[in-house]
Ligand binder design. Structure first.
Ligand code: ADP
Length: 634
């Protein structure tokens, strides 16, 4: 083989190899292209699926928002029409509808729906046009889109509103692109109430689930109606109950008034007969008539009071008065009933409480009488204390807190609320020990409400109760012009025996007058202290002693004290307040012994102390002192 042939063969081989390589390359390129195309296709599918999911999510989000806002609105809006309109607007805005409105059952013909005056549109012009257009639309049940919604109570999609001749003008007048409508029912307690209708482009065909959502929204709006109806029912029931109550109170007020007049005559006439000559037996009977009639009159007065308050006939009588003095008078008036039960009655007004105020004096006294009366009634040993403190003070007015404390039977915590209701008593058993009508606290609460006050109770069974109330007053005069200062300057006072709290109160009364007050713990301590001071210059100026101890020791104690005191010492015996004056066996032997009735006012006590000191210089008519000022030991 020559060289040429060899070369030719080689070339041919190389050419074949090249061709093969090219073919392979071409095939590979085709394969790559194909794979690429497949990838592109997959990518497009993926993208479209992501897009779909995003749209689904957005839709779901919009629906959740729609439902959420409807629920919120249903909870907040009280007005039913407002709720319907709000719902219509919300749906239109969410789906992008230019206009929507509400149908209700025609009041003139309840077999058809009429477009209510509740329309919503994004533009005012469309709303005006729409309003004119729908004014005469009427749909009987089952007819047209709203009629079908009424009949089925389902949300319905109408893709071609032109099919109903009533809507034709709509298309030309308002928006030709809007060719479809959706309507859904508003139901309350499954009863049909109204139809919400809105218009959209046909492309916005709602899914079944969206139609379901619209039905749920319709139910939510219906709840507002339910609530409004319930409120309306409650209001009507309350109104008629109030009216019945007022009529009843009015009747009670008239009745009580009518009974009061003859009751007063019975009491007056019986008292007159008592003044004539009667036998002891007759006197007994007549006295019982008077006291029973008085009890009855009290009950009638309470009923009258409550009736007056309840029929809104109570008017406050505001004027200027001395606060401390007015409350003290009540306490003083009730002191005999307290002392007859051997209870200590204490009175303590903080110095900061204004002296003269604007307010309703007689109502305040009525409240104090009621609370102190109860405190005495429900306490068998210990004490009852009435006190007052200033808790707020501005330039022209103030708030005072009053407190009525007792050491009585107390009130169990489960009764703390009920006893303020009328006719309620803590003890409702038939064997109950204490009388009463259960009206007192109810009157107090109502009076306090009228006066801008507030009543609170703290109580423990077997320990006692404290009723506290606050009242606002206008300030007339902060302080009494009569001052106690320095009237007892440097005088030494020994408080003997008696109640600890009473000692505290007396000390507080005397210290502003400059007195130096000491307390003896018992009788022996008192005698020891008196002996220690001697009868010279260091002797006590005053010894204040409780009548209880004088009585307990059958006057020996008083005699002991009288025996050991200095010539310049005044002994003040605090005696109980009792209704009928009877002669007290223990007689004071010296004119240095004075008597004062509990509870004592600061000024009265200081006046007595100062004047007794001055009187020591003069002779005292011992006989008049012992017969008029002393009581009998019990
Ligand atoms: P009344 O005293 O006429 O029964 P109230 O309305 O004044 O009516 O009082 C209602 C009830 O509250 C009383 O029956 C009694 O059970 C209870 N209560 C009131 N004040 C006291 C008190 N200071 N201590 C114990 N219980 C009291």
């Amino acid at each position: 083989m020559d060289i040429v042939e060899q070369l030719t063969r080689k070339l041919a081989r190389e050419e074949r190899a090249r061709l093969e390589a090219e073919q392979l390359l071409e095939q590979k390129s085709r394969e790559v292209y194909q794979t690429n195309e497949e990838l592109r296709h997959l990518n497009a599918i993926l993208e479209s699926s992501i897009n779909d999911k995003t749209i689904d999510l957005q839709k779901a989000n919009a629906r959740t928002q729609l439902l959420h806002q409807t629920v919120l609105m249903a909870a907040e809006v009280g007005n039913y029409n407002e709720a319907l309109l709000f719902c219509c607007r919300l749906v239109c805005e969410t789906v992008g509808s230019p206009v929507g409105h509400i149908y209700k059952i025609d009041v003139e013909n309840d077999s058809q729906l009429v477009s209510a005056d509740l329309h919503w549109s994004a533009s005012e012009q469309t709303q005006q046009l729409f309003q004119n257009l729908v004014a005469d639309w009427r749909f009987p049940r089952g007819i047209g889109l709203p009629g079908a919604v009424w009949a089925t109570k389902k949300a319905i999609w109408l893709p071609d509103i032109e099919s109903d001749p009533r809507y034709r003008r709509f298309l030309t007048d308002i928006d030709e692109k809007i060719t479809a409508a959706v309507a859904f029912p508003v139901t309350s307690d499954s009863e049909f109430v109204a139809v919400v209708e809105f218009f959209v482009e046909e492309s916005l065909k709602p899914s079944e689930s969206f139609l379901g959502l619209l039905e749920t929204i319709g139910q939510q709006v219906g709840q507002v109606l339910e609530r409004r109806n319930a409120l309306e029912d409650t209001r009507r029931a309350k109104e008629s109950a109030d009216q019945a109550n007022i009529a009843k109170s009015q009747f009670l007020a008239n009745m009580s008034h009518e009974i009061r007049t003859p009751m007063n005559a019975i009491i007056g006439m019986t008292e007159l007969v008592l003044l004539t000559e009667v036998t002891d037996e007759q006197k007994d009977c007549l006295t019982t008539v008077v006291s029973s009639a008085e009890d009855l009159l009290n009950i009638i007065n309470e009923i009258l009071d409550l009736s007056k308050i309840e029929s809104n006939k109570t008017e406050l009588d505001i004027g200027a008065f001395e606060l401390r003095e007015s409350v003290f008078e009540c306490v003083k008036a009730l002191a005999p009933s307290s002392h007859e039960k051997h209870l200590e009655i204490l009175f303590h007004f903080d110095e900061s409480v204004p002296y003269r105020v604007y307010g309703d004096r007689s109502r305040l006294r009525q409240i104090i009488f009621n609370l102190v009366g109860n405190a005495i009634k429900f306490t068998s040993r210990g004490e009852v204390e009435v006190s007052a403190n200033l808790i707020e003070q501005r330039e022209q007015d103030c708030v005072v807190e009053f407190s009525v404390r007792d050491t009585g039977i107390g009130i169990s915590s489960d009764k703390h609320d009920v006893i303020f209701n009328k006719f309620e008593q803590a003890d409702t058993t038939t064997t109950r020990k204490y009388g009463g009508t259960g009206l007192g606290l109810s009157i107090v609460t109502k009076l306090l409400n009228l006066m801008g006050g507030h009543l609170k109770l703290e109580s423990d069974v077997g320990v006692g109760s404290t009723f506290k109330f606050t009242l606002p007053f206008g300030i007339v005069e902060m302080q009494n012009s009569q001052t106690v200062s320095a009237r007892l300057s440097g005088n030494r006072v020994l408080l003997v025996d008696g109640n600890d709290r009473l000692h505290e109160i007396i000390s507080e009364m005397l210290r502003p007058a400059g007195a130096i007050v000491e307390s003896a713990v018992d009788r022996a301590d008192a005698l020891r202290r008196i002996a220690l001071q001697g009868t010279g210059n260091g002797a006590y100026d005053f010894i204040i002693i409780d009548q209880k101890s004088v009585v307990k020791f059958n006057s020996e104690y008083l005699a002991d004290i009288e025996h050991s005191i200095a010539a310049g010492t005044i002994v003040i015996v605090m005696r109980r307040a009792i209704r009928h004056s009877v002669v007290y066996k223990a007689k004071a032997k010296k004119e240095q012994v004075k008597f004062v009735t509990k509870p004592m006012e600061q000024m009265v006590l200081i006046d007595l102390m100062v004047s007794s000191k001055n009187d020591l210089k003069y002779e005292v008519d011992e006989h008049s002192l012992s017969s008029s000022s002393v009581d009998q030991a019990k």
